[in-house]
Design a protein around this ligand. Sequence first.
Ligand code: DGJ
Length: 696
Amino acid sequence: MPIYTTNQGWVLETATTAYALGLNQAGLLVHRYWGARLKAPDDYPTAPNPGSWSAFNNPAQRTPEEYPGYEDIKFIDPCLKVTFADGVRNVVLRFDSAEVRAGEPPELRIHLRDTTYPFQATLHYRVYETYDLIERAVTVTNAGDAPITIERIWSAQWHMPAGGNYRLTHAVGRHMDEMHIRREPLTEGIKLLESRRLTSSHHHSPWFAADHGSADEDAGEVWFSVLAWSGNWKLSAEVTDFGSTRVSMGINDWDFAWRLEPGEVFSTPSSYAGYTVAGFGGASRRLHDFIRDTLLPHGRTIHKVIYNSWEATEFAVDEESQVALAELAAAMGVELFVLDDGWFHGRDHDAAGLGDWWPDERKFPNGLTPLIERVNKLGMEFGLWVEPEMVNPDSELYRAHPDWVLHFPTRARTEARNQLILNIARTDVQDYLIDQLDRLLAQHNITFIKWDMNRNVSEPGWPGAAGDPREVWVRYVHGLYRIWGTLRDRHPDVIWQSCSGGAGRADLGILRLADQIWVSDNTEPTARLAIQEGFSQIFPAITMEAWVTDMGAEYVPFEFRCHVSMCGTLGIGGHLVHWTPDRRAEAARWIAHYKGIRHIVQFGDLFRLRSPQAHPYSALQYVSKDRSESVLFAFRTHLPPPAQLPPLYLRGLDPDLAYEIEGFAGARSGSAWMNGGLSLELADFGSAVRRIRRVE
Ligand code: DGJ
């Protein structure tokens, strides 16, 4: 069992890392250690006992508490803030008991209780030994007979080792331009990242990495964490006035309140965190393995080559147009045909139809079954697009239930893309959607659903809410998980894609339900390279749905466009009818090629060799877990002549064994390829995909 209880407290050990906590002399639950695993459980530092610093700073201000509540003379960002029924607005949590639970994963539970009020908190620490990750979450219980209002409840505060200066890495973006990596020094004060958009958002990701400023892709200490939550979140990276660095993550407290009734329990989402000396690449690989093996519903099966109709036919879908595309797609080797937006009642454009989830009678007079049967006969599976949380005012659903949307009764309902958001915090709305979608899945041979969400929130009102209406932010996400989870339970073989106009809902919460994420509505391949690099910081390639479309076709060679999409779960999204037979034949060759390498891409280890966000000449490599096979991708966008391409130094090979690389004569040792490097000749917008094989 990787959890030790010693005189000093508790030690959580993973394969190579450790995390220690304990009680200090003041009885506070404090952080002791997070870093490399040491020889013995007694090796870890003892609990710190800082004194006060003049009348202006009590010891609490200098104490690295595991889960600080708002209390005392303490101004660091607390994890918990509540108001009791009598108006008292602080929370004084002290240690009560601890228990270690065997199981998979093993768990340490620390029970804290308020010194005055019948209010308890349990800190959950779960240990994923082989993944070198620790999961933290919190549950609080109202054990009294009066309600308690929760105003902030975060999942964890992660403490960086004391005495260091840290650099924060995070991702920023926007619709059509997600996941740009930023690295910046942390100095005294708080760096705040958040989503207030109802989803995890395109704008920031609930993820961070911290290092001493010198880590790179291959080496250096990195501490990192993600929050598994698909709604509003907040990340507070604080350097205190005493130089302690801590990063807290959790549900956003902005406009949030939760009325915890007597006897009720509130649970936070989980924050997963790890430490590595293998740099940012090492951090990503740990997350990739964990997500693939532990979270994804179908992470151990190959994800299929998709065709998606959106960029080809947009709303102008009907049986004939889709059969034409399907025939061409099947001939190219596509395995799954996905009918995107436009198929349902009244959906001729984006101003009508959302909410009415039955086939449009004019476009599909005999329903979807004839198309699905045709697709199946062509040897492909069939997938469908839905946007369940949304409604157009011009829809039968909205005409019947105008009160079902998020709104403030006295305010105009702000539309975006002509749509409003259903209040899926309401169980009647959840039940309705479960029923509609369940029927769709039960009546058709559908094996893939793309779940889209094309706007962010406005007027987050919930007239008639039973508790505090500000619970809506969390209850909405619980509702989403309930609808999706129920459908998944009823149709366990269906693969789901999470889409919110691209990566607007890309997070570890949704990846318990969805296997794939639509990375961006931007499918221009050079932009996509950068977006995919950002995405790969957190998510494994098996989740990264990437289509070859017609965006960028005027200036980016077809081969380059295929290679970019082959770095993830390959899809095709171009208008196949407009493609020449030669183009389709070339696509078929790349699809066949992809099928030969996808086990390495989808299940292997990713090494980012040269960053496309930093360089016009970039490369990445996937290596199979047994290191017998690998695949190298390289891309050159525009480099003004004269340009000399630097060598690429491979990674992840067995240094002592020999490997052959397509296009290079003779075998060399892994060590030679990794240290001596290799050179490629690529012109502007040139790209390469090279298989690497170990020779016996
Ligand atoms: C946004 C998605 O990201 C696109 O792929 C497409 O499904 C459209 N919505 C359809 O409205």
